[in-house]
Design a binder for this molecule. Sequence first.
Ligand SMILES: Cc1cc2nc3c(=O)[nH]c(=O)nc-3n(C[C@H](O)[C@H](O)[C@H](O)COP(=O)(O)OP(=O)(O)OC[C@H]3O[C@@H](n4cnc5c(N)ncnc54)[C@H](O)[C@@H]3O)c2cc1C
Length: 491
Amino acid sequence: MSQINKRQFLHLLGSISLGLLPMMSCYEKKEAKLPDINEETDQLIKKDSLPPAIVEHVSESDIILLTRNQADYEQYNINYNKQINHLPKYIAVCKTEKGIAHAIQLARHENLPIAVKSGGHSFEGFSTNEGGMVINVSQMKQVKWISDYEVEVGAGLKLSEVHDLIYAKGKLLPAGSCGGVGIAGLALGGGYGFFSRKHGLTCDSLLSLRMVDADGNLKTVSAKDDLMWACRGAGNGNFGVVSSMHFKLYSLPKNFASHNIYYRKADAHTFTTVLQQWFEATTQLSNDCFAAFVLNGKTIMMLFTNYGTQNIEAIIAPLKAAATTWSHSSKPTLQAIKRFYGRKEPLYFKNASCGYYNGFDDLKTISEEIFNKAITSAGMVFQINTMGGNINNENFKKASAFPHREMQYLGELQSYYETAGRFKRAADQFESMQALLKQNGINKHYANYPSLNFTNWQQAYYGNNYERLQQIKKTVDPENVFRYAQSIEIS
Ligand SMILES: Cc1cc2nc3c(=O)[nH]c(=O)nc-3n(C[C@H](O)[C@H](O)[C@H](O)COP(=O)(O)OP(=O)(O)OC[C@H]3O[C@@H](n4cnc5c(N)ncnc54)[C@H](O)[C@@H]3O)c2cc1C
């Protein structure tokens, strides 16, 4: 991956605030031509080197097993966060459930931890590991329409592909914005975006799924199973390898409007005033709307989107009144959301949840300090997005492990830097902002925006659901073969 120079980097940071949803930068991995299994790989799947459970025949149409000295290893070892550079012992590029079962058995035979990878967008690299087995399902892109409003998709699809397949047919799966994010990692950890306030999180549309478990057995997990409850919000790499997901769909709205409002060269006072006004404005939005507040350098950018019939002009008028500039566009939905796909190439970044909030009061006493810290931390972006609406639907709540649904907003702290050498500075500044928020009682976080700095991550991500998740983990993966730094622990 070529380095970007300082000018390009500053340009990139500028563009981060142009479109917006969490992190505007995504990439599309070059589609790989899978290699033939070579002699060494063949050795690895020779019958007599494997435990009895996997003596069945597997071929390269099921699995390609890559080791460090193989050409294609590097390309499958790419992570969206360039700071993540683990070297797994094996990368198993699986194309079928049989291939996945094989990879699991091999890992167990060699006593290796297993990480699962789809879109490779984990902030902290939870889809890879050092010296273990990585099961990569990015080639599993099958699509089966069950009915007009139900579809089963392979775990390897990226959001841009989901949109092209589903939205193009006039149907909607409420998901996230960035085109390169994997549908599997997104949905298993929750999944929110423009359509969540109306239809709930992506995991709330999940009707059933197929999973290869820790013993290599294929399970169909259906709506009422405890494991389904766990996979709606806590399914990321904890219980097994999800191979496909069956989703309920909605009708795609015809048009999608967005308003961008900018305040440039803001100071701490303006920041606080505008932040308060933004919070107030968002309380009046219908569930067809979404809003984001972004501080990038001294520029404040606010995004309001709307695909319903509410006229939001009067709501955003006070924000426009003192703004430096603002713009508005309305387009057919699929076309409009492509604008938010973001950057394709991997980046150096440090990102994490910076908490769920109920309103301005949660930040009132520290808003000026947030501003001052953010503007003196090179490459830092502080962002808040609306949650609320049907995310807090009682039925969704009961059916899922996703907690904190009553919270109305979600914050994301982002920090971008040019080279690996800048990591320490970025990490220190990042940690200092995290400490400020923590000291002020911000302690609920989104599992899909993880941070290794969260010491109490179990409660932060899963709240009161953690104990039940531990029980389920004990039942389905008693030997903890699926593990990473913040995976569900066995009680
Ligand atoms: C640029 C960017 C934009 C984002 N935008 C949004 C957004 O708009 N809304 C939102 O809610 N989130 C967003 N996120 C966060 C995103 O939801 C998480 O990073 C998500 O976990 C990424 O999934 P992935 O498949 O791409 O990543 P991966 O790194 O492949 O996986 C992430 C986690 O999911 C697990 N996992 C992946 N596939 C499987 C599987 N098949 N079976 C079991 N476990 C699996 C992994 O083990 C890992 O723990 C964004 C992240 C980035 C980097």
